[in-house]
Every structure is written in C-alpha cells, then in structure tokens.
Design a protein around this ligand. Structure first.
Ligand SMILES: [Zn+2]
Length: 341
C-alpha cells in the first residue's frame, strides 16, 4: 500500500467542513437552472470555483445559496458531500452551515435544517457515515443577527444541531462582537467553536476561549506569533481544526511548506486536519492529508495523533469517544502495517 492509498483508507473524523463550500459545481449549476438563478459566465462548471481572494470567494458562496431553496435541495447537497466524504473513510462529521445565509436567500430555517437532516439520514443508510450540524454565525453580519440566529435554533430544536460556530472573513470582524450569542447558546447547552486567528492576531484565540467559551479553535494559525499563547493552548490541550489547502493560497503563499501548521505540530499543539470547502478549493479529505505528508513533514505517527485529536476535539459523548478511539486506532495500526517502506 502506498502513502496515498494509506491516507485515503485511514478512518477519519471531520470537524471543519462547510456545507456551502462542499457543493459540487455541477450541482450548483443544476440547482441554479432549476430555480432560475443567474450565475457568472462559465465554460465548465468548475470554472465557477476560481477566485483571487476571500471576498470573491464569499461572493460565490452567497450566490450559490440562492440556488438552494427546497427541502429536497438541502437534502441533496448534504447527501452528496457526505457520500463523497464516506468514500475517503470519513466516519463522523460535524458540518457547519450558515442559517442566516440561507434565510437571506429565501429559505426558511425549518426547510434548511430538515432538508439537511433528510440528507444526513440517507447518507447514513447508504454509506454508514454519521453527521451532526453546527450553525455558524456569519461574523460579517451584526451581533444582533447572531443573537436572532441562536433564538431561531432554540425555537426549533433538532437533535442533529449540536452547536454554534463562526465563520466568514475575520480581519475586520473580531470575535468579541458575538459574546451575547455565544452566552445564550452556552446556556442552552449548545457546544461552541469558532474560526479564529486565520487572518487576525493570536489574541482572537484567547477571546474565543475566555470570552466566548469555545471548546476548540478552527484554523488558529496566527498562534505562531505568540509563544505565550502557543504554550497555553498546548498545555491546555486545545484542539485546532486545520485546513492546509484552503488557507495556503489565501494567506501563506503557494509554498505549502511555509504553512504555520508545521510549526504548530512541531510545538506540540493538538491539531487535526480537514478540508474546509473541498470542491471550492479543489481538494478532498485525503488531499489535505497528502499535502501534510509531502510538504509539512507529517509522519505516520503524526497522522495517528491527528486522527485521535479529531475524536478528542469532537462534541461526541465520552463513551462514544472511547469506543471510537479504540476502533480507529486498531484499524489505523492494521493499515500502517501494510504501508510499503
Ligand atoms: Zn472554515
């Protein structure tokens, strides 16, 4: 078994993937035609997913949301991305979605969430993959809208929606604006995460941990600018969900070996690897691992640690985590023994 086959075959937990970023371009084109939504000109559907910066990317993201309207549309996109993930042996995913993006695009929260749950159930039946949902705050919108989003979640409880997150562009929209939405979610028993220090100083990580009460950090690469915060998160065992491919070209240049993930791993920070917005960044759950192996010096042992960190950082209950750790480690070790030297 070669390294690529090995990295595809190992069992995976996925904690950092966005629903909208995982829609295949062909599906966007079909759904846009179905609902009469105009897309930018393209020759091949994949051309839709070419953008020079994060703001153009987010524009595409919002535009695609207009093409997803019915419960069956939401079911389809959830089913497709989970089927794709299952082909890379992702067994469990906590997937982000932005309720306010879909509501602004004309879908009700109930249509959106119940469609996603239909897709999750169908993917479990067909492929054995399990998925839970994280409702993400769009940090470019107002704190009041984030509070309203949490109220909507609480008025429409679904057992599949287990927590809240925060995404969209970070630089001008710091996390402290959203303390109230996070406080409400925490009091209601929802789990908490947020994208931080992807494109902003490392103090956002401490705001996220100490003010918002986040239990893990999504991205967090600028932590390498503060040795004190690096030591703190290492000593506290905070799990970082890192996505090398999607962030390399945006923030750290073409040379992936310069990506801070390498330094974070070498320092001993607990991290796991995921693929963020796979088709939108021409990646998949295995490709992000391959990049770590080929450009950032990840060993077999590092991948084993990442796998177990993913389980630790998940919002599963402790007994489930214990069982999963045992099963995954056994499978991982059996595969590693077949890896050609
Ligand atoms: Zn992300």
């Amino acid at each position: 078994m070669n390294t690529h086959e090995f990295l595809k075959a190992i069992p995976k937990v996925s904690l950092h993937v966005h629903l909208m970023g995982s829609i295949q371009a062909r599906t966007v084109v079909e759904l846009a035609a179905k609902h009469g939504v105009k897309l930018p000109d393209f020759n091949e559907p994949e051309d839709l997913y070419q953008y020079p910066d994060i703001y153009k990317f987010l524009h595409m993201y919002d535009n695609s949301a207009l093409a997803i309207q019915g419960r069956d549309d939401f079911a389809r996109i959830a089913y497709e991305t989970l089927s794709e993930a299952a082909a890379h042996n992702v067994r469990y995913r906590e997937m982000s979605f932005n309720p306010t993006t879909h509501m602004a695009a004309g879908a009700s929260y109930q249509t959106c969430v119940d469609g996603l749950i239909d897709g999750i159930n169908a993917a479990r039946n067909d492929h054995g993959i399990e998925c839970r949902l994280i409702a993400a705050v769009n940090r470019m919108e107002s704190p009041e809208l984030a509070v309203a989003m949490v109220e909507t979640l609480l008025e429409n409880p679904r057992e599949e929606v287990i927590g809240i997150g925060m995404d969209y562009a970070e630089a001008e929209f710091p996390p402290e604006r959203f303390w109230k939405a996070y406080r409400m979610a925490e009091q209601a028993g929802l789990r908490l995460t947020a994208h931080q220090s992807e494109d902003a100083p490392p103090r956002n990580i401490e705001t996220c941990l100490d003010l918002l009460g986040c239990e893990r950090v999504d991205h967090g690469y600028h932590v390498v600018e503060s040795e004190a915060i690096m030591r703190r998160v290492r000593d506290e065992g905070v799990v970082f969900t890192c996505t090398p491919v999607s962030t390399a070209w945006v923030y750290f240049g073409e040379d992936l070996s310069n990506h801070p993930i390498r330094m974070m791993k070498e320092f001993g920070i607990k991290l796991m690897i995921d693929c963020d917005d796979p088709p939108m960044f021409q990646t998949d759950p295995t490709k992000d691992y391959i990049v770590c192996a080929e450009h950032m010096g990840f060993s077999t042992e590092d991948f084993r640690n990442c796998m177990l960190n993913g389980i630790d950082g998940s919002f599963l209950d402790e007994p489930t985590k214990r069982t999963m750790r045992r099963q995954f480690a056994t499978e991982f070790d059996a595969l590693a023994s077949q890896l050609s030297k």
